[in-house]
Design a protein around this ligand. Structure first.
Ligand SMILES: NC(=O)c1ccc[n+]([C@@H]2O[C@H](COP(=O)([O-])OP(=O)(O)OC[C@H]3O[C@@H](n4cnc5c(N)ncnc54)[C@H](O)[C@@H]3O)[C@@H](O)[C@H]2O)c1
Length: 309
């Protein structure tokens, strides 16, 4: 198939694009390189058709989407903090850009659009584990812009007959997640600190929990989402379905790296969600999805990657 990956030079997008190439697809990538790197797709550089540009540029998007059968839409402003500082910019990319993708996909009758939303759409959990029907109550402009993208996807599915899968990733980790980026995931940050022998900072008592999914498992879920027959509009959590506390995570990372880093406890961050983990039975039933990586396996693989780089 001819497949477009928006944001394909980023952390999740590059892992997905490289996997799609290995499976024999023709892959187009659009990225403005605001947060991603060409280096992330260098292993497939001779095969990927790279378009440097912005998803807010409607004409450019039309030109690319007219050439593809399916779209994975990942390009986004991904920082909650940046969305609070500049909600207009966040909305321009995450809502305006997403609308360009959906409109072009409808115009050129793309077979399927897989839209990456976020678990941020749920906000403070009303119950656990969080299933897809959980109330949506985003607590940041980022969560709101992702939810608005979902609502537009729903609209395009209903009124334009577009086939849509919405994936709501929880906490994704794996190679190519930049540990120097201040907004990066907690696993990359902790691993980097552990390997440098620096203090590992925990905000609060460390009892807060998250659901971590290895990026290869998310790529597998995404590929199944494209290849399986699914209802015209399908919404799925992208997670492992297991909760890990931040304190356990820091201790596990120390153990696996043999690090002498100290775990330090800092004041709890305002507005941070305490507990979060997902119910993934919908993805299991509909796509026969089964995460392969237990946290320890994923961490071991990531440590090898960190040490090799
Ligand atoms: N990483 C996670 O744990 C996580 C969790 C929930 C949801 N998500 C969602 O998954 C998707 C991918 O996230 P990621 O962690 O790989 O982020 P990332 O920042 O590594 O990737 C996003 C890519 O989009 C590109 N981009 C940003 N704005 C653009 C624009 N206007 N035009 C073209 N390209 C643009 C960036 O350069 C980057 O390469 C995002 O939609 C994000 O909201 C990620």
């Amino acid at each position: 198939m001819n497949i477009l990956v928006t944001g394909g030079c980023g952390f999740i997008g590059s892992n997905l694009a490289n996997t799609l190439i290995k499976k024999g697809h023709t892959v187009h990538v659009i990225d403005n390189l605001s947060n991603g790197k060409l280096e992330n797709i260098k292993e497939s550089a001779d095969k990927i058709i790279f378009w440097k540009g912005d998803i807010t540029d409607k004409n450019y998007i039309n030109k690319i989407i007219s050439q593809v059968d399916a779209v994975y839409h990942l390009a986004a402003q991904i920082s909650v903090t940046a969305s609070i500082k500049d909600p207009l910019k966040d909305a321009a990319v995450n809502i305006g850009g997403t609308l360009n993708i959906l409109q072009a996909a409808a115009t050129y009758r793309v077979k399927k659009v897989i839209y990456y939303s976020s678990a941020a759409v749920y906000g403070e959990p009303a119950y656990l584990p969080i299933n897809e029907n959980h109330p949506k109550n985003p607590s940041s402009p980022y969560g709101l812009s992702k939810l608005t993208g979902e609502k537009y996807a729903e609209f395009y599915s209903k009124f334009y007959g577009l086939n849509i899968i919405v994936i709501r990733p929880f906490n994704v980790y794996g190679p190519k997640q930049d540990p120097r980026n201040p907004y990066t995931g907690v696993i990359s940050t902790f691993l980097n600190k552990a390997l440098q022998g620096e203090d590992i900072p925990i905000y609060g008592d460390g009892g807060q929990s998250r659901d971590f999914i290895y990026v290869e498992d998310l790529a597998e879920l995404s590929i199944k989402a494209l290849s399986k027959n699914t209802p015209q509009l399908t919404v799925l959590n992208g997670a492992c379905g297991e909760k890990t506390t931040i304190k356990n995570l820091a201790e596990k990372i120390k153990e696996l790296t043999g690090s002498s880093s100290k775990i330090i406890f800092l004041p709890r961050r305002e507005g941070e969600i305490y507990e979060s983990y997902a119910d993934i039975s919908a993805a299991k039933q509909l796509l026969d999805f089964k995460p392969v990586y237990k946290l320890e396996d994923g961490l071991k693989k990531l440590i090898t990657y960190f040490k090799s780089g």
